[in-house]
Design a protein around this ligand. Structure first.
Ligand code: ZN
Length: 403
C-alpha cells in the first residue's frame, strides 16, 4: 500500500500499523529515546524491518520516520508528518526498486546523499523498500555507510526475512519482525474505511494477511472477478490441453493488468523526459527534441520494460498465492482439520476438489505452487513457470529426490 492511501487526519501515525502492537511499542520507544539529550548516541543508525509482503513493512518504516521528525513523535496531523506520509519530505528518501535488483550505482548515490546534513529535521532517513533486491556489490557499498554512520543518518531496510540480506549487513542492524496480521485486524481496518463488514471479512481472509490485497479485493470488483477466475482453474483442468490453455491465459491476463497499471505512468515519464530536452519550447522541432533525447529515451524504455516485467511476475505471484490458499482449504477439508477457511465464498468448490483426490496429491500441488513462486522470483520465464505449474496441478507428480 502507498503511504497516502489511508486518511490520517488527527490520527496518531501508529494507528496505521495494523495488528503489530509489539513492533509499535519498540519503534515508539526508539523514537522517544532519539529526542533525548544526546540523540546521536541514543539512536540506532541501521534498522531492518522484516515481514511477509503486505504485512505493512513500508507502513511501519514510514510511521517510524514521521515519529522521528515530528515534534510530537508522530501526531499524524502536523506539516512534518503529512509531508512524510505523502513521500515529499526532503529528509526522507523512499528507495523503491522497480526492477528485480537494486544496483551498486544507485546505492552509491544514496550513500553519498546520506552523508549530508538533514535539510530541515534532525534526521536524514533512507527507507529501502526491497533491501532483499540489493546486489552483492550494492550491499557492500551500503555496508561501509552502516559501519561508519554519521551522526544523523538512519537507514531503514525492509525485506521479507533477515536471511534475505548478507550476514554482514544483518549483524549491523537492529531487527524488527512484523508478523502476518490476523484476518480479524485486517477486517477491522477495512470497516474503518467504510467497507461493509461481510465484504471486509471475506477480503481479509482471502488476502491471507496482505493488507493491500485485502483492500483491493474489498474495493475493486475487477480484482474480485479475476480472483474468482483463477480459483475456477482447479475445477477446469481435465486434460493436458486445458493446462496449456490455462497457462497462456494466466500469462495474458497478468500482462494485460501490468499494462493497465503502467501505461499512464510510462506516458507521463516520457512526456517529462521530452520536456527536459526542450519539448514545447518555442522554435524547437519535435524531431530535434527526439534526436537530442534519443539516448535518454532508450534508457527510459529499458527501465520501463524491466518494471513491466516485474509487474507481470507480481501479478502471477498473487494468482499463485490465491491458488495456494485454495489448496490449503482443500487439504484442511481432506484431513478433517477444524480450522477457519481462507476462502469463505468457495466452500462447495473446495469440498468438490477435496472429494475428488487424495491428500498426497493436494500436498504435491501445494509443493508445485511453492516451487513456481520461487521460480518467478529467480527470473525463469513466466510462460515456462505457468505451463509447468498447470501441468503439475492437473497431474501432480512427486518431485525427484534431491529437488
Ligand atoms: Zn506530527
Amino acid at each position: 500500500m502507498t503511504s497516502s492511501e489511508a486518511s490520517t487526519d488527527g490520527a496518531m501515525i501508529w494507528d496505521r500499523v495494523i495488528g503489530q502492537p509489539a513492533v509499535v511499542a519498540e519503534l515508539q520507544q526508539a523514537a522517544a529515546a532519539a529526542v533525548g539529550s544526546d540523540p546521536a548516541h541514543a539512536m540506532t543508525h541501521a534498522w531492518l524491518i522484516t515481514g511477509p509482503p503486505g504485512s505493512g513493512r513500508t507502513t511501519a518504516a514510514v510511521a517510524f520516520a514521521a515519529s522521528l521528525l515530528c515534534s510530537r513523535q508522530g501526531c499524524g496531523a502536523c506539516r512534518e508528518c503529512k509531508s512524510v506520509l505523502s513521500s515529499d519530505h526532503p529528509d526522507v528518501e523512499m528507495v523503491r526498486s522497480t526492477t528485480l535488483s537494486l544496483g551498486k550505482d544507485r546505492t552509491k548515490q544514496l550513500v553519498s546523499q546520506a552523508a549530508g546534513a538533514p535539510v530541515s529535521g534532525s534526521w536524514r532517513i533512507f527507507i529501502v523498500e526491497d533491501a532483499d533486491r540489493m546486489t552483492e556489490a550494492a550491499a557492500n557499498t551500503l555496508l561501509k555507510s552502516i559501519e561508519e554512520p554519521t551522526g544523523q543518518m538512519v537507514w531503514v531496510l525492509c525485506a521479507p526475512s533477515p536471511e534475505d540480506l548478507l550476514p554482514t549487513i544483518r549483524s549491523r542492524t537492529r531487527h524488527i519482525a512484523l508478523r502476518v496480521p490476523s484476518a480479524e485486524s485486517v477486517a477491522e481496518l477495512l470497516t474503518t474505511e467504510e467497507v461493509d463488514p461481510a465484504m471486509a471479512a471475506f477480503a481479509a481472509h482471502a488476502a491471507q494477511g496482505h493488507i493491500g490485497r485485502a483492500r483491493a479485493l474489498a474495493q475493486d470488483e475487477e480484482v474480485r472477478n479475476r480472483r474468482a477466475e483463477v480459483l475456477r482453474l482447479p475445477r477446469q483442468l481435465a486434460a493436458i490441453t486445458d493446462a496449456y490453455e490455462a497457462a497462456a491465459d494466466l500469462k495474458r491476463n497478468a500482462e494485460a493488468s501490468a499494462k493497465r497499471r503502467s501505461q499512464e505512468l510510462d506516458e507521463k515519464e516520457n512526456a517529462e523526459l521530452l520536456e527536459v530536452y526542450g519539448s514545447g519550447a518555442e522554435g524547437v522541432s519535435t524531431a530535434k527534441v527526439r534526436s537530442l533525447a534519443k539516448r535518454a529515451l532508450s534508457d527510459l524504455a529499458k527501465r520501463q520494460a524491466q518494471r513491466a516485467s516485474r509487474s507481470v511476475r507480481d501479478e502471477l505471484d498473487r494468482n499463485f498465492l490465491d491458488l495456494l490458499g485454495f489448496y490449503r482449504d482443500v487439504l484442511m477439508t481432506q484431513s478433517g482439520a477444524n480450522t477457519e477457511p481462507i476462502n469463505l465464498d468457495l466452500a462447495a468448490a473446495v469440498e468438490q476438489i477435496a472429494q475428488r483426490g487424495e491428500i498426497s496429491e493436494t500436498m504435491m500441488r501445494i509443493e508445485a505452487l511453492t516451487v513456481a513462486r520461487a521460480q518467478l522470483s529467480s527470473n525463469v520465464p513466466p510462460q515456462l513457470v505457468c505451463e509447468a505449474l498447470m501441468v503439475q496441478l492437473l497431474h501432480p507428480v512427486r518431485p525427484l529426490a534431491g529437488h
